[in-house]
Design a protein around this ligand. Structure first.
Ligand code: ATP
Ligand code: MG
Ligand code: ZN
Length: 281
């Protein structure tokens, strides 16, 4: 069990990245150099935010990028569980070394990795969570990363906003399911992104359809996908539309999500590079 160092408040700097960014952010560990930090958000829980974060991290990693995942959603143990992480973070003199995923070596930090029992996550309260997330940024030795993906708490209210304020984000990705995807959700995200002065990279519509196992036809079990319509109405690009795939949830349940290849996400590393090109650490 690692003793987390005290959280220092009011000690803010820009993170040695883009000084235009408001508000002031804490400096990362001196051994941390991250090119792009992206946060993944959703209008509500259960839409597949963590799955999409894990799949995107895996896709990036397979393309040769160095990737980390900061699990800022402490309400569920999904990120470490999906990746099947057994290792714990290691405390070193002036920081915390994150464990790596068994398959691709993605560095992961999550509150669940610090708790003796996974279910204890629920007792954490707002200020404690905020402090912990800040430490995941400041005290974790992320090393040299091309991408750090942040799995935000669900919703478009205070919780994700607080997290976003602790980190110098380069972009936001919204994950939605057809039932939850509405212009209103995306508009809320746009407002939040504007407050944070962070661009929205785009939208991933998850669980949009089922491929019939017999004929391959798309079955729209939850109604027509909304992605294209919402994208057209809000101007937020639709990045990908993912089907419901029982094989994905099976792999995730077994801690083997890295073994899943989502063809629908294959173009994203290239797209992200292009969108974020001007940001160099
Ligand atoms: N495209 C998909 N096909 C099949 N199952 C999926 C898909 N996306 C997610 N799931 C499953 O749905 C459940 C919820 O997914 P996940 O944990 O990623 O959602 P979340 O939005 O992060 O939820 P939470 O709000 O609890 O953090 C999981 O059991 C996951 O395996
Ligand atoms: Mg989740
Ligand atoms: Zn069929």
């Amino acid at each position: 069990m690692i003793e987390l160092p005290d959280v220092k408040t009011n000690e803010s700097h820009d993170a040695g990245k883009d000084t235009k960014k408001q508000p002031a952010h804490e400096k990362p560990h001196q051994l941390t150099h991250i090119k792009h930090i992206l946060a993944v958000m959703s209008g509500k829980g259960g839409v597949g935010k963590s799955s999409v974060t894990a799949l995107l991290a895996s896709t990036l990693s397979r393309k040769g990028y160095h990737v980390g995942v900061l699990d800022a959603d402490i309400t569920g143990p999904s990120i470490p569980r999906m990746f099947g992480i057994k290792e714990r973070p290691t405390g070193i003199e002036d920081g915390i070394l994150p464990p790596e995923t068994p398959g691709l070596g993605i560095r992961v930090m999550s509150m669940n990795l610090l708790l003796p029992k996974e279910d204890e996550a629920v007792i954490w309260r707002g200020p404690l969570i905020g402090g912990a997330i800040k430490q995941f940024w400041k005290d974790v030795v992320w090393g040299d990363l091309d991408f750090l993906l942040v799995d935000l708490p669900p919703g478009t209210s205070d919780a994700p906003l607080t997290v976003m304020q602790s980190l110098p984000l380069d972009g936001l990705i919204i994950v939605s399911s057809p039932q939850d995807l509405a212009v209103m959700i995306v508009r809320k995200a746009i407002r939040m992104a504007a407050i944070m002065n962070v661009p929205i990279i785009g939208l991933v519509e998850n669980m949009a359809y089922v491929n019939c196992p017999k004929c391959g036809e798309k079955i729209f079990a939850f109604g027509e996908p909304q992605g294209e319509k919402v994208a057209a109405e809000t101007g937020v690009p639709l990045l990908a539309t993912l089907p419901v795939d029982p094989y994905l949830s099976r792999l995730a349940d077994r801690g083997k999500i890295e073994g899943y290849r989502a063809d629908e996400l294959e173009h994203l590393p290239h797209l992200l590079e292009q969108r974020l090109q001007h940001k160099v650490s």
